[in-house]
Design a binder for this molecule. Structure first.
Ligand SMILES: [Zn+2]
Length: 391
């Protein structure tokens, strides 16, 4: 069973695109990408970032993949040579590769990870760099439009409120109905938090000038109104709404404002009734709360993204906690990979590992037989996301 799970394809149900600007990257930069607090902080102390278990394990796995000595220096030298093309191509643990180029490196790594498809949130690092990613790999993908990114982008035009709403609605409709995006995403966690309440259009309009002035952390009625508007679009177009539910995402997040249980009143309200809501990052560290919402509301999903990479040692236990509370057909693998392909690749590795360990435990405890465990592994790693995002 373990060998079969190790060979299963994954659908990465929540991740981001790469930028070609990081074709050559240092070990410290990779360590910062794996360090929750270091996002957007180039001078983050290396001795802090390099001591996370995820960095140490990723370097070891990269050494295996690249066929070089273990340790950050040897691994980064081997990576740089592969990207630069100083070798003639050949084969490694991950499969064969062409003479160097960053596209060959990226595409080879993502395909070595047996990633069937990616569900990409373009709101971070932003759609401007997406064309770079398109040139790097042809792995199938579905795009997610971040409603908070759209509001912030439209705010730069200093439109009147009614025109702002008209442009918002038109953009969303075009992205999903015409261009085929798979859903919307909200990052309201970073401003006024997940305690979304019904807000009238009049109250949103009153706060709109403050929002335009860049004070989104003070405009709860406006933010809640836009969240509900995005939810209504999702219901209307029958696509999911992803919501960031995790303490990690920048040091400005207020921990108590991102607890998944804060969404319960919204879900009880009629707007939540027919909405497919995805608790991105599974509510970490409150995975029990996220799982409880998935148990209480049949249209709530959650994913393993971020913690499966940043906290791989506990990923299997966390997944088991979720599966003791929520049904397996609402749980999806995801990496939250961004910037560099190693993040997505490493997530696929630790994700399969976590699923394999969790399934072994469920078979040992006689909750499942091996055939049922394999079916559940397939569901979590790919089938649930394939159905939800119509891949
Ligand atoms: Zn993300």
């Amino acid at each position: 069973m373990l060998e079969t799970i190790a060979s299963l394809p994954v659908i990465d149900a929540h991740c981001h695109h790469l930028t070609a600007q990081l074709a050559q990257v240092s070990a410290d930069h990779i360590a910062r990408i794996l360090c929750p607090g270091a996002l957007g902080t180039p001078d983050w102390p290396s001795d802090h970032a390099r001591e996370f278990l995820s960095f140490k394990r990723m370097i070891r796995e990269m050494a295996r993949y690249l066929g070089c000595d273990d340790g950050p220096d040897a691994v980064m030298a081997a990576r740089a040579a592969r990207v630069r093309g100083s070798d003639a191509g050949g084969s490694c643990a991950g499969g064969s590769y062409a003479r160097g180029s960053y596209a060959a490196y990226v595409d080879g790594m993502l395909k070595a990870a047996n990633i069937e498809a990616l569900v990409l949130d373009l709101g971070f690092p932003g759609p401007d760099t997406y064309p770079e990613f398109e040139a790097l790999t042809d792995i199938p993908r579905r795009l997610i439009l971040r409603e908070t990114w759209l509001s912030n982008t439209l705010a730069k035009e200093q439109l009147g409120f009614k025109e702002f709403l008209r442009r918002f609605d038109a953009y969303v409709e075009n992205e999903v109905r015409v261009k085929g995006s798979a859903g919307l995403k909200s990052y309201i966690a970073a401003t006024t938090g997940l305690g979304v309440e019904p807000a009238s259009e009049a109250s949103a309009e009153t706060q709109y000038p403050e929002f335009l002035a860049g004070k989104a952390r003070q405009t709860k009625a406006f933010n809640d109104f836009m969240f509900c508007r995005a939810a209504d679009h999702c219901i209307d177009m029958d696509v999911p709404l992803q919501v960031h539910t995790c303490i990690f995402g920048g040091r400005n997040l207020t921990m108590e404002a991102v607890r998944p249980s804060l969404l319960q009143p919204f879900l009880q309200h009629r707007r939540g009734a027919n909405l497919k809501l995805v608790l991105v990052h599974g509510g970490f560290p409150w995975v029990e709360e996220a799982a409880a919402l998935a148990a209480l509301f049949p249209d709530v999903w959650l994913d393993m993204s971020q913690w499966v990479v940043w906290n791989p040692l506990m990923a299997a236990q966390r997944l088991l906690t979720i599966l003791t509370i929520a049904p397996a057909n609402r749980v999806m693998y995801g990496s939250d990979g961004a910037f560099i392909p190693e993040f997505h690749w490493f997530g696929a590795l630790t994700g399969r590992e976590a699923v394999a360990q969790a399934m072994t435990e469920l078979v040992r405890g006689e909750f499942l037989d091996e055939a049922q465990a394999l079916t559940m592994a397939r569901m979590i790693l790919a089938d649930n996301a394939r159905a939800l995002y119509r891949l």
